[in-house]
Design a binder for this molecule. Structure first.
Ligand code: ADP
Ligand code: DP6
Length: 326
């Protein structure tokens, strides 16, 4: 009744931004990500007849009530699937800053889904695990898999055709992602709240939906052709379009800080000097820079020289979930 799983975070190259069903975490658009080797979560779940409620320990401490509530809601879905009434102790370590735009929710819920399913005796395949992880946090559906992954929005109202699938192996293209940390403070507007507000109030959201389908076609061509310039250009443009929707929301909001803009401008300056680097940004102020192995060091030096940069984490393309023996 106990299982431990390691899951890595992923960074969306084409963003998931908007839900068509909030309860089931069904998105308004397909998204495409790359799993990262450097950042991960290890979660242990133990169902125990002695427990009278679920317990959630995150990074060594009992989690806050609102975090625990989300985990309990998730465990309720697992119990329902397994026809069980047992409570669980969940212990999780994030080897990634929590709620700072480093996708802790993606690795967190992918690890929780796989560990909880195994511990309760559900025998789910990876597609089913992706669907389950999705119901904890949408981006977690992609973290079940390694390499380059597409999450299908699906058409069905019950979510039965809404899951992620691997589209290119991690060994097929050795891209690098520099995760440029300007702050590790938790963000003010969580992704969940941010995308909801955007869907409900931003007049730019319709433009986002129109653009994202085209961006997906372009990135899939780039992945097939291993055309880095094509990939980088669409990655950067897609992130900018996602962030533009937040400026049109009511009330408007912005994930960038001045340090974010400085990093973005340095990336663009590097390109003018002939060094190919492209940025993407999730729901937070930190910047991820996508590049090819030969340019990684030069890009590191240029970005590290900016006073606003705290730390640069170097990531390669990472693996899918792994089960750890207890
Ligand atoms: P991030 O940029 O870190 O993904 P999000 O706002 O998307 O930020 O998600 C952060 C939330 O994800 C946390 O507030 C918490 O509810 C959840 N979370 C983070 N780590 C874990 C974990 N290891 N297990 C379960 N839930 C987690
Ligand atoms: C900007 O997966 O954290 O990182 O489904 O509400 O938990 P919920 O949201 P979450 O949103 C991620 C948004 C994003 C883009 C992406 O990862 O695709």
């Amino acid at each position: 009744m106990k299982a431990t799983v390691k899951a890595h975070t992923n960074i969306a190259l084409i963003k998931y931004w908007g839900k068509r069903d909030e309860r089931l975490f069904l998105p308004t658009n397909n998204s495409l990500s790359v799993t990262l080797d450097k950042f991960y979560t290890i979660t242990t779940v133990e169902f125990d007849e002695q427990l009278t409620s679920d317990q959630f320990y995150l990074n060594g401490n009992e989690a806050e009530a609102k975090e625990t509530k989300k985990v309990v809601t998730f465990l309720n879905r697992v119990r329902e699937k397994a026809n069980s009434t047992l409570f669980a102790k969940v212990t999780s370590e994030n080897h990634v800053p929590t709620a700072a735009g480093f996708a802790s929710s993606a690795s967190g819920y992918a690890a929780l889904a796989a560990a909880a399913a195994k511990a309760i005796g559900l025998n789910l395949n990876e597609r089913e695990l992706s669907q389950l992880a999705r119901q904890g946090s949408g981006s977690a559906s992609r973290s079940i898999f390694g390499g380059y992954v597409e999450w299908e929005k699906g058409m069905e109202s019950d979510g039965s055709d809404c899951y992620a699938t691997p589209i290119l192996d991690r060994d097929a293209w050795d891209l690098r992602v520099l995760s440029v940390e300007v702050t590790t403070k938790a963000k003010k507007v969580l992704s969940r709240e941010g995308m909801k507000r955007t869907v409900e109030t931003s007049p730019f959201f319709a433009g986002w939906l129109e653009a994202v389908d085209k961006d997906l076609i372009t990135i899939k061509e780039a992945l097939q052709e291993k055309d880095f310039t094509k990939l980088g250009q669409v990655v950067e443009a897609n992130a900018l379009k996602m962030h533009a929707t937040t400026l049109g929301a009511n009330p408007p909001f912005m994930y960038w800080q001045s340090a974010t803009v400085e990093v973005m401008q340095e990336v663009q300056a590097l390109r003018e000097k002939g060094i190919e680097a492209y940025f993407t940004i999730d729901a937070g102020p930190n910047v991820k820079v996508v590049c090819q192995p030969d340019d990684e060091q030069k890009i590191h030096e240029a970005l590290n020289a900016l006073p606003v940069v705290n730390e640069i984490h170097h990531c390669r393309v990472g693996p899918g979930i792994t089960y750890i023996a207890d």
